[in-house]
Design a binder for this molecule. Sequence first.
Ligand SMILES: Cc1ncc(COP(=O)(O)O)c(C=O)c1O
Length: 463
Amino acid sequence: MWNSNYSRREFIRKNSLTGLGAVIAMSPGSRLFANSGQDASVPAILGGPPARTKSWLNWPVWDTAADEQHILKVLRSGVWCRAGVAKSVVTEFEEKWAETLGAQRGLAVVNGTNSLIIALRMLNVGGGDEVIVTPYTFIATVSCILEVGAMPVFADVDPETFQISPEKIREKITPRTRAILPVHILGLPCDMPAIMDIARRYDLIVVEDACQAWLAEINNQKVGTFANAGCFSFQNSKNIPIGEGGAIVSDDHEFMDRCHSYHNTGRSYGQMADLVGGQYMIRGNNLRMTEYQAAIGLAQLKRLDSQTSIRSRNAEYLKNKISAIPGILPYKLYGNVTRAAFHLFPFRYKNEEFNGMPRSQFIRALNAEGVPASGGYSGNLNRMPYLKDAFQTKNYQLMYPREMLDFDSYVERNRTPANEQLADHEAVWFSQSMLLGTTSDMDDIYNAIEKIHKNSGRIIASL
Ligand SMILES: Cc1ncc(COP(=O)(O)O)c(C=O)c1O
């Protein structure tokens, strides 16, 4: 069951030669795979030949000659940490990242999770505050809210776009609402203009979780630059993979100085340093990116734009093709989206058009055809035990009235039925690295789905 980010990463990792081999080897089709003269119309899950036998791209990719030199240079310099270095590789990376996005400032940090925690903390979101968030996301989007002692409030999704619904956000606003944490989930931009309108109207802080949305745009403006702060991840499965890594961007110099100071154990920075001369002005943490990570980041950044264009082209092509298959409803983009990042390619699977075949069986059938797919997130992020665990801590008991911490009523208040239907029954994902292939690779995906659709009755009968 694909119900955690670990699974998503695992899914992406498995889209390699070895991974795909394992998938094929486990499928019933593998027993007959070597036979010649098979009836190509028989689904692989029933013993026919897979629609695709070629491997998919291994992720991450790098350029041995160019990238390794860059990293070796850092290694041989003996300067592996940014602390105390005037013009470090990390500084170069964070400045380039901010410039790429059109933001005035950038700060590289250890990972996306901590970029979100730092942003919320330095915007003084904390105990007693409610933060509105989507349930269709990776755990970090919610756990960062708990890490600063605030209360996550879930607003349901728009299943057509897979994104948080601005109307549902509005319904969740209370006198305690302090911030909105929208996510550009799967690399598709959420409706930032509508969300920023709500934020202005109710005087709310907004932190964009753009951890899956590098270079995505709304009206030619990069996501991550619409709100008080934008946060990014460069974890290994991401479109710009560093292993681990994250960044915060913003145009607010004072806020960015505080973020820098916080991530560097509270040492004063920028305007703060000018005022106080190198003292510890705020309580801090050590969340510094290393010089090696930044060297990899700079190398990866060089290919991000062209890869993003390839993903977009293939996504558009695939979307047009598979939307002709009954029961396959690809993602919709908002009208103002000028570019999407396609960390994942999502569509909704309607099993009534596949003779009632459960999604899990559809995914198994796709995998057997040589097309790795996943059902993505589970629909119960809004009621998993981690929330109860936070509510039982001393801090939460002190900060919130008892009624707010009653788990059953919390779960009731935070029901998100559209998300449940989407996440638990309908969503299917292909990984970003599959979208780096050719048109003929996209045709393989289409052919596999088509074949399963045509044979859904037979597959169901064999269950
Ligand atoms: C939407 C979202 N938010 C936050 C994160 C956290 O990023 P990291 O894994 O770099 O801590 C991720 C990473 O998977 C993510 O997908």
